[in-house]
Design a protein around this ligand. Structure first.
Ligand code: AMP
Length: 526
């Protein structure tokens, strides 16, 4: 199977002068030849600092051409990159770093405060390489800066290789993020299928919207490099501005847009897309959560020249495992869009108590095939719980999703069996949020539930808590305390302070009752 860094090298040999990466502001660009040389130099810098095949390299940096180069440079050093959300609080990032044990952390100026925070968390033996000017810090070792990297030989160092390409940490229900191991083979199998299915070609202008710690971004990067296309990195700040996002698609003349559905919902609700807008756009893809059918219909009516595809899949079976090309504007907007049929080499199984569910029967969705991860980083117990043996003795991943297969073999997503939710595309275990709330001093009891309030972001995170006797814990203090423990997107949006949490007959917190408490009361006339 192809190694991911070789996808770049092959395109650089074919068309060295073509543009590969364009930064968020449109000024910083790298051609294929420049990207090839830069990644070789970064690999050399890492090898010179003692990074060996299989070692981890943490990446705490904004999404820029040089950051992407550092990911591929890491692969060329035979090592494994770990992109970390630099907007997360230091406590959470420190947990990830302790688990991944990177030999080097690559950081940029956006991560300076975070790196200081990591040192304050007790990570005093960090070796930090800078992708810009040297980072100044007295308490960590400065490995190298961009200028030093730029002075190195532009040829690839000869090193061994590791099957792993990167670790992606996702929310963990017990409060500890889980590191999903992603191999070169998993990604390249999907890229192979996607290039054939979508017909990606040299010169295509492809969006790079998701953050680098999301597995969706690996599709953008490696499919672009394999095709010899251009990757246009979307500024993180655009996420909240529908008109600027639409202008970005228009001005960059993108041929492919790929994002989580909430972005498409924003643009539709703010009516930011005109009739026959984006004349260069050929395809629009989404993945990660349900795209409401009325929003899809809105887009399809506005852009009749575009192909629309729903991609489905968890990080554990990178990048997507199934697809559904929407054949026409949905006639009935109350019917959800199917998640479709397996991509090449993948299989979807709907099982009811371990046996295949009959056609139309609801069951739990399992995935098998070429996209499957070897498991969770250094966590055999969680790996064994999630990666199990299927009816034919094959290895399969238990998604926690409910599904049914229709008469045509098309799979339909029906929700979750557990308390994992999606909010603005982020995968969140409510247990992780609950663990954080419970650690705030003064909390007697708490419950975190997801409620669909019909907003833009998908499920809204809601928290009810009671306060220990003698303690005072107003919502504002609570929000601040939780914000120091989990990323902003995990901080509950709605709060209720109760004397006592509602209990069911078994004495457990009654979550369905709580969910109702968060729903707005119906209007008088209803
Ligand atoms: P992640 O690992 O962040 O990709 O999250 C995986 C989970 O997101 C899946 O198990 C589903 O619950 C949900 N998901 C992913 N893609 C879709 C989709 N196209 N439609 C509905 N839910 C999806």
């Amino acid at each position: 199977m192809t190694r991911l860094e070789d996808l770049l090298t092959a395109s650089a040999e074919r068309s060295p002068g073509s543009t590969a990466l364009i930064g968020p502001d449109g000024t910083e660009t790298l051609t294929y030849a420049e990207l090839e040389a830069t990644t070789n130099r970064i690999a050399r810098a890492l090898v010179d600092r003692g990074v060996a095949p299989g070692d981890r390299v943490g990446v705490l940096a904004a999404k820029t051409p040089w950051t992407i180069a550092s990911l591929i440079g890491t692969l060329k050093a035979g090592a494994v990159y770990v992109p970390v959300d630099s907007a997360s609080p230091a406590t959470r990032v420190a947990r990830i770093i302790r688990s991944a044990e990177p030999s080097v952390l690559l950081a940029d100026a956006t991560a300076t405060t975070l790196v200081d925070g990591l040192v304050a968390e007790g990570l005093t033996d960090l070796m930090v390489g800078s992708l810009e000017a040297p980072l100044t810090g007295e308490r960590f070792t400065s490995a190298f800066s961009r200028d030093e990297v730029a002075a190195l030989e532009p040829t690839r160092p000869g090193v061994g290789k590791d099957a792993l390409a990167h670790l992606l940490f996702t929310s963990g229900s017990t409060g500890i993020p889980k590191g999903v191991m992603i191999t070169h083979d998993m990604v390249s199998a999907f890229v192979d299928w996607a290039l054939g299915h979508f017909g990606t070609k040299p010169g295509d202008r492809i969006s790079g919207h998701p953050p680098l710690h999301f597995d969706l971004s690996t599709f953008d990067i490696y499919a672009t490099l394999a095709a010899g296309a251009e990757l246009h990195l979307v500024p993180a700040s655009l996420g909240l501005d529908a008109r600027k996002t639409a202008a970005f698609i228009r001005d960059r003349e993108l041929t492919q847009w790929f994002s989580v559905p909430s972005v498409l919902t924003y643009l539709a609700r703010f009516d930011a897309v005109a009739e026959h807008d984006f004349p260069a756009l050929e395809r629009l893809l989404w993945c990660g959560e349900v795209l409401p059918t009325p929003i899809l219909a809105h887009w399809m009516r506005k852009l009749p020249h575009v192909r629309f595809t729903n991609l489905y899949g968890p990080t554990e079976a990178t990048i997507a495992s199934s697809y559904y090309d929407v054949p026409a504007v949905p006639a009935d907007e109350s019917v959800p869009v199917p998640i479709g049929v397996p991509c090449a080499g993948e299989s979807l199984l709907v099982l009811d108590e371990g046996a295949p569910a009959p056609v139309g029967g609801i069951g739990e969705l399992y995935i098998g095939g070429v996209g499957l991860s070897p498991g969770y980083w250094r966590d055999q117990e969680k790996t064994d719980a999630a990666f199990v043996t299927g009816p034919d003795g094959e290895r399969i991943y238990r998604t926690g999703d409910l599904a049914r297969t229709d008469d045509d073999g098309v799979v339909h997503f029906l929700g979750r069996t557990d308390s994992q939710i999606k909010s603005r595309g982020y995968r969140i275990e409510l247990g992780e949020v609950e663990t954080a709330v419970n650690t705030v001093s003064g909390v007697k009891e708490c419950a975190v539930v997801g409620v669909d309030l019909g907003g833009f972001e998908g499920t809204t995170i809601c928290c009810a808590y009671s306060v220990a006797e003698g303690a005072s814990l107003p919502v504002n203090d609570m929000r601040r305390a939780v914000g120091a423990l989990v990323p902003r997107y995990m901080v509950p949006a709605k709060w209720l302070v109760l004397d006592e949490l509602p209990k069911n007959v078994n004495g457990k917190i009654d979550r369905p009752v709580l969910r109702e408490r968060f729903r707005p009361a119906p209007k008088e006339s209803e």
